[in-house]
Design a protein around this ligand. Structure first.
Ligand SMILES: Nc1ncnc2c1ncn2[C@@H]1O[C@H](COP(=O)(O)OP(=O)(O)OP(=O)(O)O)[C@@H](O)[C@H]1O
Ligand SMILES: [Mg+2]
Length: 164
């Protein structure tokens, strides 16, 4: 049986930290599904299509990675896509508290589904989508914070103030 992992997130936008987690995950599992959340309650800068296209552009060359968007319960996405494991990255205690609760809720909703954590690559421990947006907004250099494939797209979107 193929081992399929689900890497959910907002990816607003994808960072080098996200890419690192997905690539490491793709070495452990047969297939990785990167699931871009379209949760109307979380306000995002980029539209879900833009976030999805960023992730697709970055991971285009990785054979065992598929990229989808989703709304609704993650446990249902896992069921529909045949994923047995949710993989999340952990940067700090603050991530842990939130992820611990999510993992317990998902366990209650879907006992067969496991949640596993990848500890952040220390190179990217400080990195978040929010930090990237803050730096880009203030016209700082985002090189090394976001994957090269989407760096110019992000800079341009801030210059034009167009995020769709
Ligand atoms: N630098 C990083 N190292 C390891 N894991 C990360 C890193 N950045 C994000 N993640 C993980 O990726 C998953 C999706 O995160 P998400 O899309 O919310 O990004 P974020 O950087 O936390 O965004 P925001 O700043 O909006 O909170 C989460 O499990 C998060 O912990
Ligand atoms: Mg976060």
């Amino acid at each position: 049986m193929k081992k399929i992992a689900l890497c959910p997130g907002t990816y607003d936008p994808m960072t080098e930290g996200h890419r690192d987690v997905v690539l490491r995950c793709s070495k452990v599992f047969d297939k990785v599904i990167v699931a871009v959340s379209n949760n109307i309650r979380k306000k995002t800068l980029y539209s879900v299509n833009r976030r999805l296209n960023f992730v697709k552009k970055v991971l285009a060359g990785v054979k065992n990675v598929e990229v989808i968007s989703f709304s609704g319960l993650l446990v249902n996405v896992a069921k529909e896509s045949g994923a047995g494991v949710i993989v999340k990255g952990l940067r700090a205690i603050s991530d842990f508290e939130y992820e611990f609760q999510m993992a317990q809720i998902n366990k209650k909703l879907s006992p067969e589904l496991e949640t596993m954590f990848l500890v952040t690559n220390p190179k990217f421990a400080y990195l978040s989508s929010s930090a990237v947006k803050e730096v880009a907004k203030l016209k700082g250099c985002i090189s090394g914070l976001v994957p090269k494939e989407i760096e110019l797209d992000i800079i341009e979107s801030f210059e034009k103030k167009f995020f769709n």
